[in-house]
Design a protein around this ligand. Structure first.
Ligand code: ATP
Ligand code: MG
Length: 313
């Protein structure tokens, strides 16, 4: 039976209301039998559909799509974005990468800098890292929270479980508001194995053209691997909701990550089941009038073509 990616999309959904264990989700493609040409075709079809979807989204001008990508270092966020973008019209999509917050950003609540980058109606936005860093990197390094100068948080000892539970609730409220106002929020965790990260770090060290991608700080974060996995599990368990679910995509085989990502966005978009906006009778009459004028213009200004078509007839 031919491989059908759409049949298995739900396998990668972090089911809302269930406790998520990352170990139960694969980090590689479970279909090693899939040939490279088949894989490439899968991605190509996914990207073609994505392009059509983007066109409808723009024409409809009612919804926007927010795609959030989170991952450990070297899981392939950048290259996944590059591939997905290759199928899209650059006028209707924008990528924002969130780095360590500036002092101005820290002077506002942590949603502020993300809010400003949300996609307008008809458009897509891709967040490369996001407000989720505020329950991930800050969870591993709680001293970062002190920089936010929050009421009643004076030392790291003030940051206990209720603090994180409160943030999960804040995030769910934030995203619920977005969904209720027409933004489709899709969240993807690129699930890479520790072994594959090691391989990619070594490549970044050994290949001079990739040296710039490596930072010793990444090694330090790798040292906290288990803590990060636990932080991701708890975060996904608490924030995968029916309105804005998390998908846990295997990231060891990059082509599979890309194909799945495109297929999931398409499938979620199809659920909206909308078509190009229809025109009113007056608008249709105008279209017909314009068509008649344009056709008359062509036959007057291009007599040669007219002659040829006569001959052909
Ligand atoms: P690559 O995977 O290619 O290394 P990257 O997304 O890690 O890409 P970097 O410039 O290396 O990009 O790192 C951005 C850094 O910013 C990450 O270490 C991330 O944890 C940090 N960061 C992002 N948001 C926050 C935040 N709210 N608070 C603290 N640190 C943050
Ligand atoms: Mg990095």
């Amino acid at each position: 039976m031919p491989f059908n990616i759409n049949k298995e999309l739900r396998d990668y959904l972090a089911k809302p209301g269930t406790k998520i264990s990352l170990k139960k989700f694969p980090t590689n493609c479970p279909h090693k039998a899939l040939s490279k040409p088949e894989a490439e075709k899968l991605l190509r079809t996914g990207l073609e559909t994505l392009e059509k979807m983007q066109d409808k989204l723009y024409a409809h001008d009612q919804y926007s799509i927010l795609i959030i990508l989170q991952a450990m270092d070297a899981a392939g966020k950048d290259s996944t974005i590059k591939h997905v973008m290759s199928g899209l019209n650059p006028q209707g999509v924008r990528v924002t990468s969130f780095k360590v917050p500036s002092s101005t950003e820290l002077d506002h609540d942590y949603f502020w800098r993300h809010y400003k980058e949300l996609p307008p109606r008809g458009q897509m936005g891709i967040f490369n890292r996001s407000h989720y860093e505020n329950v991930l990197v800050t969870r591993i390094h709680p001293e970062l929270i002190l920089q936010e100068n929050l009421p009643e948080i004076n030392t790291v000892d003030d940051i206990k479980q209720p603090f994180w539970d409160m943030r999960f609730k804040q995030i769910n409220r934030f995203e619920k508001n977005l969904v209720e106002n027409g933004t489709i929020v899709l969240k993807f965790f690129l699930h890479v194995s520790k072994e594959e990260q090691k391989k990619r770090f070594l490549e970044r060290i050994d290949d001079p053209s990739k040296n710039w991608k490596f930072s010793y700080a990444d090694m330090k974060e790798r040292g906290r691997w288990d803590d990060y996995q636990a932080a991701y599990e708890e975060m996904i368990t608490n924030t995968s909701t029916p309105e804005s679910p998390w998908f846990i995509l295997p990231a060891d085989d990059k082509w599979f990550t890309r194909a799945l990502l495109a297929a999931i966005i398409n499938a979620e978009f199809e659920k909206l089941d909308f078509e190009y906006p229809t025109v009113t009778k007056d608008q249709r009459d105008q279209l017909m009038q314009a068509k008649a004028e344009l056709l008359a213009e062509t036959s007057q200004s291009n007599p040669k073509k007219k002659k040829k078509s006569k001959k052909a007839a």
